[in-house]
Design a protein around this ligand. Sequence first.
Ligand code: ADP
Length: 216
Amino acid sequence: MLSLKNVQHYYNSATAVDLPDLILNSGSETLILGMSGSGKSTLMHILAGLLKPSEGLYTLNGTELYSMKESDRDQYRGRNIGIIFQQMHLISTLNVFDNLKLTQYMAGLKQDIGWIEQLCEDLDFTEKMKSYPDELSQGQKQRVSIARAVVNKPKLLLADEPTSSLDDLRSNDVIALLKDQAQKSSATLIVSTHDQRVKSHFSSVVNIDNIQIELV
Ligand code: ADP
């Protein structure tokens, strides 16, 4: 279970991002919907264990991420949280296969080549396994970044604005792939977007528009 309670983040003395309380069951699928500037990326970074909130409590499966030492949190993230951000941050000097292998290695997990091959097949880029990120189309890079996010079989899968630059068909495909991969890992899936098209794919939608407060 994931729980977020009374969480606020102050980037500076003038503005706070005030986030909604969340209680999400393991394996659930949730869409965070909000306009640009409403706090979606802030929320996703907090959920990913990458941004310690100024106030409030975040627990994931009983673990309080921000009471851990940073190095422990990094290891916890590597093993339990898969992240798909807008900037894909694939390592340009490694081919696709090695990008995926490195993700297992960095989390201190045993290499599972069979699972990597299976993912490449599931996500339809087997023929690009030996290619470098610069040799891939945007769509292929995105599928590789989905594979990288699930390669360690995370319990939480986060995707920040995964459809913003895609046409309707590709947008539907990406959401279907995310849901499919989350189900295969029994992961909790959280997708954030400003894209109203995505709404119809989720039964649970949290709207975070207009939640910023101005500090006085
Ligand atoms: P969204 O992802 O919905 O576009 P963000 O979480 O990126 O929203 O931003 C929420 C608000 O937090 C923004 O309007 C901005 O004012 C503020 N903010 C985000 N990042 C920073 C930052 N690094 N420094 C200062 N303010 C920031």
